[in-house]
Design a protein. Structure first.
Length: 175
């Protein structure tokens, strides 16, 4: 009986130890995404991403605070026109990455966010978000959009190229 109890304790401790080490590993993503990818742990791209999500939904959405999405030099591509990015029409809600009101989240480059029919990155209702070292290009809205509902946002070392819609009254692009 004593040996059985000791063996059970060792197995339980071993399982807890394995569980703790696997949680420290970041999620890895590449290929085609057909529904919004909810970021629930540190996540890194291991290849280019093609977003084929439903119209009007984001490609990536932070679901918990205090985590990071690392682009690792890869490209995240939306459904926008390859030449113009959007063809003049903005699709509400269709962004590359949204911070989704999460605190202390980070989008870290290098990497390219392109051809979304709204914003490339939308810092929505977040506090302490960081957007660093990315390139945003040919997105129909702004490359990086930080509305007045977000606070203490750090946007640094980013490049914005040819973002914005040609329709009057819509976002003019840039950051």
């Amino acid at each position: 009986m004593r040996t059985s109890l000791l063996a059970t304790a060792v197995l339980v401790l071993g399982a807890v130890s394995v569980s703790v080490t696997t949680q420290d590993r970041p999620d890895k993503v590449s290929g085609t995404i057909t529904r919004t990818f909810s970021i629930v742990a540190n996540t890194e791209l291991t290849g280019d991403i093609t977003c084929a999500v439903a119209d009007g939904t984001p490609c990536f959405s932070f679901a918990v605070p205090g985590i990071e999405l690392r682009l690792n030099g890869y490209t995240v591509t939306g459904k926008g026109d390859p030449v113009t990015g959007c063809g003049g029409a903005v699709t509400t809600g269709e962004v590359g990455i949204t911070t989704n009101a999460q605190r202390g989240v980070v989008v870290r480059g290098p990497g390219l966010i392109q051809r979304f029919r709204n914003h490339g990155v939308q810092v929505a209702g977040s506090d302490g978000a960081r957007i660093e070292g990315i390139t945003v290009s040919t997105n129909c809205g702004s490359g990086i959009f930080v509305p007045a509902t977000s606070f203490n946002t750090l946007v640094q070392e980013n490049t914005a190229i040819r973002n914005g819609s040609s329709n009057p009254g819509l976002s003019c692009g840039g950051i």
